[in-house]
Design a protein around this ligand. Structure first.
Ligand code: AHR
Length: 659
């Protein structure tokens, strides 16, 4: 045997030993604190938002009224009308949302005339909270009175507020109301309280308290939950939503900016995608549009990563193609979006942004073209985008797609194509089993370091046999897998879990990171894993090894470590996926007992997620079943000894100072 063969055999023996190691055996993990193997990008861990599971309308977008403009194809979806109510569209208030209701009342009506809105699976109202009703109206003659009512689920003692409307030109009205009750399934009612007619449009109600106090803005608790993830990157708006079932229903960002009242409605593709989960009342108002998105990115300190249609509608559905020689409007959409984000207010789209209240550029750095595309039709089109974007905005990073799955023919075809086109990052999607996630902690170890970087743009552990819950097993497998993302941070630049939100009464897809109802939300074990990786990412991954394990699942152990040069910390993440507790010795600067690289504080922080029950979930009844628990472990010289409990994800943070 020559020398390399001997080394290879010894390495194989070591790995064999690791595989056969008893789950209770002590393990040493060596952290080479001066041996940086990859710079970790400050924006590495982020969020991916798509309007699925009523994530935007009915979710993050705090509007409480569904079909506020009567422009759903069935104009009274969400409303119960009584008395004399008609829908008309002559001389509209908003030309792109032309329909409005005409309420009329004469002296002979027994019932009166009115409309009652059911909200999104009800309207969540809280006692003592203020809400703002806003609407547009005109009256053909004289002055009319409208009475708005907040109605609880038992139809008892509504809160009433009257307002007079007059004038035969459309005018905006606003009235504050305070709820005297708490009810998740309330309704908003409007009655015509005088004889005559009123034309009524865009009947809206928001909580007075929204994220950052923005009128007509985002739901405060949900935006805060996103902010608390400390996202470095924010992918938006999809997902399949971008592609559309057909080209006509694709996401067109230009329809989502300007006055919210005049943003044209689009059907949400998750309305009908799953026949066993039909939501005929699911549409996109675009109240959460591209301006609001960029604003949220700014709020969170996250880099925006918008995704645009590449001229192919969803290939799982119709796969409609825009001929390559007719692609220019789509390419213009991409160029114009960059101008909308970054252009000077003297440019056409920079002006739109400035008029919406943000003269400063948003500082867009990257753009993705296409979502889950495949076959030659995709690179053919992407190439034209790449040429145009490079020519006008060479500084913008371009993200291409590797298709809908983690491997297979489409994936194998697209990666070389992405290299050929010279995109900067390739978006990979994988919704796989917990076993797959545990087995793939080494996925990126052998990736080409010279090609495009990886954006793990959609991933989540799907335990199909158990109904794909957000249970601890899924979260633990993601934590294990993510050790490999961190270790390979030189090639994996960005990562975002998917999907982000789900309304507990109106979801199409699970698992999801954050669940909400009309009153509150809960976060999942998966959320905490994302949060811990984001909060404790460090600046550079360090060489990490163990004599007992390959730290990619050998002996049920996974580990990675990083240094945070700004905070002065060494961060070690360890997953013990076995049932038994493992005594762990962390040796910092192995082999340098007398010459440590740093001085280490005598106590380290530990943040641990653990459960004996892999099926444990956070629920609305028990939202804290799984959450990280903070503790302390002693540091002796350059060693930390602690026990990695069975089925645990551990983050150990050691403060360092220069010697
Ligand atoms: O995240 C849900 C869906 O999964 C996305 O819309 C799509 O990109 C993927 O298939």
């Amino acid at each position: 045997m020559n020398k390399p063969q001997i080394i290879a055999s010894l390495a194989a023996l070591c790995l064999l030993g690791a595989a056969h190691a008893q789950n209770t055996d002590p393990v040493e993990i060596k952290v080479e604190t001066k041996n940086e193997i990859a710079a970790i990008r400050p924006n590495m861990y982020g969020i991916f938002f798509e309007d699925i599971n009523f994530g935007a309308d009915g979710g993050l977008y705090a509007e409480l009224v569904k079909n506020r403009s009567f422009d759903f194809p069935n104009h009274l979806t969400g409303w119960v009308a009584w008395g004399d109510v008609k829908i008309e569209n002559a001389d509209p208030c908003f030309e792109r949302m032309p329909n409005y209701a005409v309420l009329s009342l004469d002296g002979n009506s027994l019932t009166g005339t009115g409309l009652d809105n059911e909200g999104f699976k009800g309207i969540g109202l809280k006692k003592g909270e203020s809400y703002r009703i806003r609407f547009y109206a005109k009256v053909p003659r004289g002055t009319q009175t409208l009475q708005f009512e907040l109605v609880d689920d038992r139809n008892n003692n509504p809160v009433k507020a009257k307002i007079e409307v007059s004038g035969d030109e459309w005018k905006e009205y606003s009235l504050p109301v305070e709820s005297t009750f708490t009810c998740a399934k309330s309704r908003l009612r409007v009655r015509l309280a005088s004889k005559g007619s009123v034309l009524l449009d865009h009947v809206s109600m928001f909580p007075a308290r929204t994220w950052k106090g923005r009128e007509g803005g985002m739901r405060e608790d949900l935006a805060q939950a996103l902010c608390d993830l400390h996202p470095g990157v924010f992918r938006f708006p999809g997902g399949c939503i971008v592609e559309g079932t057909n080209l006509e229903t694709r996401y067109q960002w230009k329809n989502t900016v300007g006055r919210p009242e005049n943003r044209p409605l689009n059907i949400n593709r998750w309305n009908y995608t799953f026949p066993h989960k039909l939501f005929p009342d699911y549409f996109q108002s675009y109240g959460l549009g591209f301006f609001e998105y960029f604003q949220l990115c700014e709020d969170f300190g996250a880099d925006a990563l918008p995704v645009l249609s590449c001229g192919i509608s969803c290939q799982y559905e119709l796969g409609q193609l825009v001929p390559c020689d007719e692609l220019q409007p789509y390419i213009d959409d991409a160029l114009d979006l960059i101008e909308f984000a970054n252009g000077d207010p003297s440019t056409p789209w920079g002006k739109v942004r400035a008029e919406m209240g943000h003269p400063e550029p948003f500082g867009l750095k990257m753009i993705a073209i296409g979502n889950e595309q495949w076959d030659a039709v995709y690179p053919e089109r992407l190439e034209l985008f790449v040429k145009a974007i490079r020519a006008e905005y060479p500084e913008i990073l371009i993200v291409g797609s590797s298709g809908p799955s983690a491997s297979g023919d489409r994936f194998d075809y697209l990666w070389p194509e992405m290299k050929r086109l010279g995109v900067d990052l390739v978006d990979e999607h994988y919704y796989m089993s917990p076993d797959w996630f545990f087995a793939n902690a080494g996925r990126y170890d052998d990736y080409d370091r010279k090609g495009p970087k990886v954006f793990a743009g959609e991933y989540a552990s799907h335990d199909q046999p158990h109904g794909k819950p957000n249970h601890f097993l899924a979260a633990l497998s993601e934590a294990a897998f993510m050790t490999g993302l961190e270790r390979n941070a030189d090639v994996v630049w960005l990562a975002t879990y998917a999907p982000l939100f789900a309304h507990k009464d109106a979801w199409q897809w699970n698992p999801d990171l954050i669940w909400f109802d009309n009153m509150t939300h809960i976060v999942t074990p998966n959320y905490y894993v994302q949060q811990l990786y984001s909060l404790y990412k460090g600046t550079d991954a360090l060489r990490t090894s163990s004599p007992q394990s390959d730290l990619k699942g050998g002996g049920n152990l996974y580990a990675t470590s990083a240094i945070d040069k700004q905070k002065g910390e060494i961060i070690i993440k360890i997953v013990n996926s076995g049932k038994q507790a493992r005594p762990v010795t962390l040796t910092l600067d192995p082999g340098k007992k007398l010459r440590q690289a740093y001085a280490y504080a005598p106590a380290a922080r530990s943040i641990v997620m653990q459960s004996d029950d892999l099926m444990a979930e956070n629920t609305f009844e028990n939202p804290d079943a799984i959450r990280p628990v903070e503790g302390e472990v002693a540091v002796n010289g350059n060693q930390v000894e602690f026990t990695a409990k069975g089925q645990s994800f551990n983050v150990i943070v050691v403060k360092i100072s220069e010697k």
